[in-house]
Design a protein around this ligand. Structure first.
Ligand code: VGL
Ligand code: ZN
Length: 206
């Protein structure tokens, strides 16, 4: 890979894999393709969803709310999830079969008690940066290959923000899996990413 190419590995954590608190169907299916690709990149930034206990995105943090409900926090709509990826717990660790050796950066996101962060670039207020853009910029990365979980949440927001920051984006199509909630929709997310200018490539061609 060229120096201008970076791999972004999004949230490949136990809680998003089978057996986890917020398991994505076949979430562990991303492991093989990611492990085969990551050693080819000089810059590999991996994110972890890394919530404090009692995080505002957990239904259990709100009286009378259940997963799937929504609340408004400072005017921001928040979809409520089962408790997941509490920092330093087993559920928040990378999947044990994820090869972390090639990672150049591990970025913990969703660390504010009252503000969620789906994208690897900005928190859900769409204003607070995570610093990833500066990191990639200093290293001269102009194209990001995106993989991980979940296609229609953290991967989706990461892809859309990367495009808006002027990066070229490749979605590694066999290295992502979606939640596909009836309300959201995996196909709508894929369409929107494509329309916005994302290239789709199988990991074998990366
Ligand atoms: C995610 C729901 C809640 C994700 C994170 O990584 O896609 N989804 N927190
Ligand atoms: Zn989360």
């Amino acid at each position: 890979m060229k120096k201008s190419d970076a791999l972004l590995v999004i949230d490949v954590q136990n809680d998003f894999c089978p057996g986890g608190c917020l398991a994505v169907p076949e979430g562990d299916g991303v492991l093989g393709p990611i492990n085969r690709m990551s050693g080819n990149f000089q810059t590999v930034a991996a994110t972890r969803d890394w919530h404090p206990p009692g995080h505002a995105s957990f239904a259990a943090s709100w009286e009378g709310k259940k997963p799937g409900d929504t609340v408004s926090i400072d005017g921001l709509n928040q979809y409520l999830w089962p408790e997941h990826c509490v920092r330093n717990t087993r559920g928040a660790q990378f999947h044990e079969n994820l090869d972390t050796r090639p990672f150049s950066l591990v970025l913990n996101k969703g660390r504010s008690l009252k503000l969620d962060s789906y994208s690897a670039f900005f928190e859900n207020d769409r204003k607070t940066p995570t610093g990833l853009s500066g990191y990639l910029g200093e290293l001269g990365a102009t194209k990001v290959y995106v993989c991980g979980l979940a296609t229609d949440y953290c991967v989706f927001f990461t892809v859309m923000d990367a495009l808006s920051l002027g990066l070229a984006v490749v979605l590694v199509e066999d290295a992502v899996r979606g939640v596909d909630l009836p309300s959201g929709g995996l196909s709508a997310a894929l369409d929107a990413m494509k329309k916005a200018g994302t290239d789709f490539l199988p990991s074998g061609k990366v």
